[in-house]
Design a protein. Structure first.
Length: 330
């Protein structure tokens, strides 16, 4: 019995020592993180609104964390390629995802995604912004009402950009069709990989109509190759001066916004998650960052951890309702 008690005491001491060692190692990891560059994966092609916003966020995070934050584009397969590459990475804080509705809540509606949309570590959202509806600068469409009239009269020959039904740009398009009574089942949806590609196709006259984050239209609208006809929501965008908001046009229901944030592989330790979330919150309060976000059509909007997860879950239900309402889900 005595030897058994001695064994238990020794075993307890060993376990306690191991636990303390583990905690010390974890604390050291949090204290020293990050000690090398971080990969920030964008699951879209370069040039789209998420990519542009992610690059602004990466530059600010690099300054805040003191290490390079490298944007890496991994487009394709409705964001599955990019998201999968992050989910399978080591949960050490050195591989992060430029997350947004297209790579989280919308994926909850897609039956072929090989993982649960919520199976990741949600760190923080840092910015959000409106979408812009555009037509070609040399097209015959004059304004919002002209586009609606033409599309309602002949939906079979009305062409729109489409990113697989897996981006907020697509849902902004669905909102436009639903709001104006345009038959979405008859409209021709032309596939692209990003909102940047959609903007270029509209500018070239390859398709009639496109939607994307406001920043994706900046350069082409400045040259006159794109004609922005409305912004979703009720807030103007500095670099799209004179473009009316949907609310101003009498369509407050056209309020689809996109957001950009940071998520990580499943199992990221809580201390690293907190450190990253604090860094994201800090950059969103920096006046320099606020100006940088405004320059790409965004404004600060911070949500972290479980609050972010709950907000994304609500967003998923909203998208599902819109898909069912209009009868187009993918």
């Amino acid at each position: 019995m005595t030897s058994m008690r001695s064994f238990v005491r020794v075993a307890a001491a060993v376990c306690t020592a191991a636990l303390l060692t583990s905690c010390a190692a974890a604390a050291e990891t949090a204290a020293s993180y990050p000690s090398r560059s971080i990969d920030y994966v964008v699951p879209f092609a370069a040039g789209g609104s998420t990519d542009i916003a992610a690059r602004a966020g990466a530059e600010a995070l690099s300054d805040e964390l003191g290490v390079p934050v490298n944007v890496i584009n991994k487009p394709g397969a409705d964001q599955i390629i990019g998201v999968s590459s992050v989910r399978s990475a080591e949960p050490d804080g050195y591989t992060l995802l430029a997350d947004g509705a297209g790579s989280s809540s919308i994926q909850g509606l897609l039956p072929y995604v090989p993982y649960d949309w919520a199976d990741r570590t949600f760190v923080a959202k840092f910015a959000e912004g409106p979408h812009v509806y555009v037509v070609g600068g040399e097209s015959s469409y004059r304004d919002y009402d002209d586009v609606v009239e033409t599309a309602k009269r002949d939906p079979d020959h009305f062409t729109v950009g489409w990113i697989g039904g897996s981006s907020t740009s697509d849902y902004a398009t669905l909102q436009f069709l639903a709001e104006n009574g345009i038959d979405a089942a008859r409209v021709q949806r032309v596939p692209f990989r990003s909102s940047g590609e959609v903007m270029r196709a509209v500018a070239a006259g390859d398709i009639d109509f496109g939607a994307g984050g406001a920043s994706s239209a900046f350069s082409l609208s400045k040259t006159g190759k794109l004609r922005p006809i409305a912004l979703t929501g009720d807030k103007p965008v500095t670099k799209l001066e004179g473009v009316p908001t949907a609310a101003e046009l009498g369509h407050p229901g056209l309020d689809m916004r996109y957001w950009v944030g940071v998520s990580a592989p499943p199992g990221l330790p809580g201390d690293l998650t907190t450190k990253l979330a604090d860094a994201v919150a800090a950059i969103a309060e920096d006046e320099t960052v606020v100006e940088a976000l405004d320059a790409v059509g965004l404004s600060p909007a911070v949500l972290t951890g479980e609050d972010l997860r709950a907000d994304i879950d609500r967003e998923k239900h909203r998208f599902a309702t819109l898909s069912e309402q209009i009868g187009v889900a993918g």
